[in-house]
Design a binder for this molecule. Structure first.
Ligand code: ATP
Length: 175
């Protein structure tokens, strides 16, 4: 149902995968990391982008340092052809915009050890939640939990939580 692309893959491949995905009615999401400049056309017909603040500024020219500016950056992404915009804000959580509603969803407050890989944890969690049928708002909360667990451990891959850990954390923190 969803295809998540990012810029560690060469851009020719990304463009080809995007076209194949669209042809098969698969929604395409682009995590704009690690940032590279790509042809503006690449943002056309995307279901969603998930930049961090630095990447959002690089693409839109707007410094995402408050809610208003996040909304302005989202509007520019939308002009380029992106339907939904999610900007990760580190320990401040995420800004989400679906064109009708725009909101900041707070991160979970945790004892932070190492934030390296938080973006990957977030995006992996986000896609897992969407694939299970959650909407982008619910998926953002789930992804916040995955990332909050990852920042409590050192490293990247070894810091990724198991599904059981995520479910337990969400049960404790949201009920
Ligand atoms: P990186 O490049 O280090 O992987 P990033 O810059 O792509 O990270 P960030 O915006 O820093 O991504 O963080 C992604 C998500 O991780 C945030 O939206 C939030 O959900 C979570 N997160 C990051 N830092 C913290 C923190 N200190 N406490 C709780 N959650 C955090």
């Amino acid at each position: 149902d969803y295809k998540l692309l990012q810029y560690e893959v060469n851009q020719d491949a990304n463009e080809r995968i995007k076209q194949l995905a669209l042809k098969n009615n698969t929604k395409v999401i682009v995590n704009t990391a690690p940032y590279v400049e790509v042809d503006d056309d690449f943002y056309k017909n995307l279901y969603m982008v998930t930049p961090n603040e630095v990447e959002a500024e690089a693409v839109t020219g707007i410094k995402v340092d408050n809610f208003e500016n996040a909304k302005n950056a989202a509007a520019i992404f939308r002009e380029k052809g992106v339907e939904n915009v999610l900007i990760t804000l580190g320990s401040n959580g995420v800004f989400v915009s679906d064109g009708n509603k725009e909101e900041i969803i707070d991160s979970f407050k945790v004892k932070t050890v190492d934030t390296t890989g938080a973006g990957d944890a977030f995006n992996g969690g986000f896609l897992a939640a969407l694939s299970e049928g959650k909407d982008i708002w619910q998926a953002a909360v789930f992804a916040n939990a995955v990332a909050a667990l990852s920042v409590q451990k050192l490293g990247t891959t070894p810091a990724m939580p198991s599904r059981e850990e995520v479910d337990k954390f969400l049960e404790e923190r949201t009920n």
